[in-house]
Design a binder for this molecule. Sequence first.
Ligand code: NVA
Length: 311
Amino acid sequence: MTLRHFLRDDDLTPAEQKQVLELGMAFREDRQVRQPLAGPRAVAFITDKPTLRTQVSFATGIAELGGFPMVVDGNLAQIGKRESIADTTHVLDRMVSAIVWRTFGDDRIREMAAASGVPVVNALTDGFHPCQILADLLTVAQHRGGVAALPGQVLTYVGDAANNMGNSYLLGGVTAGLHVRVGGPDGYLPDEAIVARAREIAAQTGGSVTVTTDAAEAVAGADVVATDTWVSMGAEAEAEARAQVFLPYQLDAALLAQAKPDAIVLHCLPAYRGKEITAEVIDGPQSVVFDEAENRLHAQKALLTWLLEQR
Ligand code: NVA
């Protein structure tokens, strides 16, 4: 048994991701099916950025696993400022069974994981949002006949394809054997290293990767269409410039009409109606965004249970 962390989507192999998703489906059926944190054992949830769904779903999930969710305000904790990240981690891991952290640079969470004696989970960084993608995959499974139905599904993400969601859709999607298409403007496409890594995984799983600046081409015939805010946390100063550049990638009824007629619509939320998605689409019959939000709970409980079992 080895200590495992979940910092980016490809930290789980395809077989491991499948185990986590199957367990997530079991938690959907029975929220108390497993209680690995009974005691209660504490899990620290630390956030350096705004949060609602992530904090609530982790706190609820940790409690439902029998544990104690210890919410730590990053503004008070000032991780990396008053002492090294490693020193903070050495204190935390004497007390808690896992550490869940939402922060800025991926280097910060990598530094924590390198020092930690307990699993470290990425609850969103500038580079990745892997817990969200587990929830999204669970949502596709929920609407498409289970985890076994995931391979071969076409999932399109339009908008800011250089952000954490774009990166995580690429890596997490192909891990599940999906055909992942990302559509965004020049200058907001994923890094070549992420695309190369996604192609490497896709070669093992039967998935594929398409990167394009053509929104209609990206969405054509898709089973799942997703988008995200054009202005991620930390990029607020660029809001006005981004609104112009991203407008052709707005998920409106006309763009959604390019997808399969029964395509489902995902958005990690919070959503800005009239910006990246129209009210008609997010509030329309194809939208499953609140199933997706609920699935954060089930997916993260499954992930924590799985990580605790590896020790
Ligand atoms: N890309 C967004 C996701 C919000 C859940 C951000 O990082 O702000």
